[in-house]
Design a protein around this ligand. Sequence first.
Ligand SMILES: Cc1cc2nc3c(=O)[nH]c(=O)nc-3n(C[C@H](O)[C@H](O)[C@H](O)COP(=O)(O)O)c2cc1C
Length: 181
Amino acid sequence: MKKKIIGFGASISTTSINKAFAAYALGFFPEYEVELVDLNDFEVPVFSVDCEKENCPQAVRDFLDKLKSADILVCSMAEHNRNWTVGFKNLFDWCSRLDLKLLQHKPMLLLSTSPGGYGGQNSLNIAKTIFPAFGGNILTTFALPKFHENFDPTQGIREETLLAAFKKQVEDFKNQLIKEN
Ligand SMILES: Cc1cc2nc3c(=O)[nH]c(=O)nc-3n(C[C@H](O)[C@H](O)[C@H](O)COP(=O)(O)O)c2cc1C
């Protein structure tokens, strides 16, 4: 049976460029069963301890189950005001109340992109710093700057140097996977 790799953009935008980037990254793993997850399929109210007292939405358990079902995770961090998007943080907070190690220690390729020149690296760096405390097992990272200039919706990364750098990170990720197994 093929191992399963799940990808998602850390955003609830229906036109998320990070979801598009995660989908592109999944294409580099033909040896796996791949699934692109949309955070909008796990809609939850804004977290508060008061709201939590009422009940924990089923979508929280569903998202945790989805993460558990994966052998590998590809997560592309969107950035709002140099931080995570509210939609992702909200789901993350809900999940952390049920399972502090929500990322399940699954090997992770951590990505980010944004229309700006820093490519969402503030958001990526926060994830890189704190994910390990939440069961994150980040093997490799890559930030794609200036998404709209450097990414073609049908062909993917169009700038040669960036494409080479991305491929190198994917290769490095796969090599680390071999070492882990
Ligand atoms: C409120 C807001 C704040 C933003 N702040 C940043 C920022 O700090 N850094 C950045 O690179 N892009 C920023 N952007 C642009 C986002 O990176 C861009 O909207 C991107 O499409 C978000 O990713 P997504 O499409 O995957 O949701 C911001 C956008 C919004 C709406």
